[in-house]
Design a protein. Structure first.
Length: 101
């Protein structure tokens, strides 16, 4: 029989021992893994970087009003064209071209 060494630390005594997973110990193995909190980092979108929330709301309301006016005129399909002239930015609604068969 082998001689048992004395004054060993707990980690030295249990070195290399792997406990078999049972239904009793499987729960503890899952809990040992640290849960990382999910960070939602919002990357700055260059398209909206210069628009404050108040300005975004004003532009959104103006576009909604324009869409309602076009709907009353019978225009359903349209695109919005953006043009810059000096220090002015103009949004223009252009009816979409329909394909005739």
């Amino acid at each position: 029989m082998a001689k048992i060494p004395k004054n060993l630390s707990d980690s030295a005594m249990m070195g290399g021992y792997q406990e078999k997973a049972t239904f009793e110990t499987a729960i503890y193995n899952e809990a040992d893994e640290p849960v990382k909190p999910v960070k939602k980092e919002q990357k700055e979108n260059l398209a909206t970087a210069f628009l404050t929330p108040e300005l975004q709301e004003k532009v959104g309301k103006a576009l909604l009003d324009m869409k309602l006016e076009l709907y009353k005129q019978g225009v359903v399909d349209f695109t919005v064209k953006v043009a810059r002239q000096g220090s002015q930015i103009t949004l223009t609604a252009v009816p979409a071209k329909t394909k005739n068969k």
